[in-house]
Design a protein around this ligand. Structure first.
Ligand code: SF4
Length: 265
């Protein structure tokens, strides 16, 4: 399997490319330009053997974000340039950690550092996205972007379950636009400092029948609770609750799911 990494800045990328050329190693680059050039640096893909030789011959001294299995991105980078904002509180994002997602080995998790400081934006995001969770003491705002879970701190972002590197850049760019847009509209938003935490997966489990019947496609009710909590499964897949003899749990299950920011329909 080919391996893929990205870099914290263009200088490290250029060092890697220069070394690969000197060694005569074939490589492929995936560029975030033009649409995602403010939230990423090019990704480098190498075959397994090429990566081993690259690292043996000095590549280990080049600062990369970490290596993951390379898969062809599902979507290409759009041709549009990323939009400008009069006041850019987000700045640029640099992916500093790239790794395989613990909960889903086919997906990626990453940490990106920001050149800006978004702490003052978080209460406005908390007001605009009531399905998110805000902890002022850290501060951190966590919310779902589709099946991806984003945690936005003052100067860094954690993303879990990105599909691939282009998907990760796309999610970062959506967040960049969201943060700057909310900040631009802040005069018309009442900031919300209310502490909202996501209910733990155990609270989903407590509202399932607990029979481990597997009708949902998961081996146990606990596995299903985790899938719902991560946003990977609709609660309606629990057939005993939605079509069977445990309809008494339906309202409680939907209620906790709305607290997770999931659709309750
Ligand atoms: S269908 Fe419902 S009761 Fe059956 S294992 Fe899945 S979550 Fe548990």
């Amino acid at each position: 399997m080919d391996a893929l990494t990205t870099f914290t800045d263009r200088r490290e990328l250029e060092r890697a490319v220069a070394l690969l050329r000197r060694l005569g190693i074939e490589y492929a680059l995936i560029s975030p330009e033009p649409a995602y050039d403010r939230v990423g640096c090019s990704a480098l893909a190498l075959s397994g053997d090429a990566r081993a030789r690259f690292l043996d011959c000095g590549g280990v001294d080049i600062v990369s974000a970490g290596w993951v299995d390379a898969r062809p991105p599902a979507l290409s980078v759009p041709d549009d340039a990323s939009p400008d904002f009069a006041e850019d509180v987000f700045g640029r994002a640099a992916i500093v950690v790239l790794a395989t997602c613990v909960a889903d080995r086919d997906r990626l998790r990453l940490t990106a550092h920001l050149s800006g400081d978004v702490a003052e934006v978080l209460p406005y995001l908390n007001a605009e996205l009531p399905q998110g969770s805000y902890v002022e003491a850290l501060p951190v705002f966590t919310f779902m972007d589709g099946h991806r879970m984003l945690s936005l701190f003052r100067d860094r972002i954690g993303i879990a379950k990105a599909d691939d590197i282009v998907d990760a850049w796309a999610s970062l760019e959506r967040l960049r636009c969201l943060v700057n847009d909310v900040w631009a509209r802040r005069a018309s938003i009442t900031p919300c400092f209310e502490l909202r935490r996501r209910p733990p997966a155990l609270e989903v489990y407590k509202r399932l029948p607990g029979t481990n019947c597997k009708d949902c496609g998961e081996p146990t009710c606990m596995a299903f609770a985790w899938a719902v909590w991560r946003g990977d499964a609709e609660p309606q897949r629990c057939l005993p609750v939605f079509q069977g003899d445990r309809g008494d749990l339906k309202d409680a299950l939907l209620s906790i799911c709305s607290g997770l920011g999931l659709e309750s329909g």
